[in-house]
Design a protein around this ligand. Sequence first.
Ligand SMILES: C[S@@+](CC[C@H](N)C(=O)[O-])C[C@H]1O[C@@H](n2cnc3c(N)ncnc32)[C@H](O)[C@@H]1O
Length: 240
Amino acid sequence: MSTTEFDQYADQYEQLVHDPIRNRFARGSEFFALRKWHLLRDYLRRRKRDAAQMAWLDVGCGTGTLLKLAGSAFASARGCDPSEKMLEACQGLDVRVQTENRLPYEDRQFDLITLVCVLHHVPPAERAQLLAEVARVARPGGVVCIFEHNPWNPVTQLIVSRTPVDRDAQLLTSGTARRLLRQAGLRDQGCTYFLYLPEVLYRSLGFLEQLGTKVPLGGQYAAFGLHHEPAGANARRGTA
Ligand SMILES: C[S@@+](CC[C@H](N)C(=O)[O-])C[C@H]1O[C@@H](n2cnc3c(N)ncnc32)[C@H](O)[C@@H]1O
């Protein structure tokens, strides 16, 4: 699969991800983006990380949905994607075109890096290369978050199998996502499952989702990694 595959979907992206079951679950894409942002925000708060001090990069940002929603909460918010046409919807955002799996940024630029529903479009043999790039542009102490469809949820599987933009998708389990984070040298920070309740129920019963965060059946999951560096590594690099 080519990394610019999404160029062909860009013009009709919103229509192409619509599905009768998905539409019953939520009225539009906003609900899914909002859930991700709140999960991320709560994760950072629990770890006493101040988003207003953090530089955020959204890899595979597509049309910039999450950047538009949450960008203003960060000191800076940037995005990159191999699909130039998807990025055309990102007017006003700080985005760059990415060539293949190489991220167009210098080393150690970001305190938070997200990949939202990106890795299932990356062939398995190329995922480690992309994660190595993510680790390269992360600052020590930086957080990496992979949001993905959960292949263990049968409704997710059904929707993905019917969605045109997911024709070539190869879903990955949370175990695979966490292994990719570890292989890139990041410290595994665990995984949260979410999207159990449709939007209409979530409004009043959202607290119930807390019961399922460790049960691997939510519609999607978030796997977290932390860029860490052995004490003194900075100093050693300086004298090398
Ligand atoms: C399903 S869309 C998700 C877009 C956005 N993250 C969102 O959640 O709305 C998948 C995106 O991943 C991008 N993509 C595909 N291969 C990629 C790669 N190797 N590196 C970064 N992004 C990639 C596609 O161009 C597309 O914009």
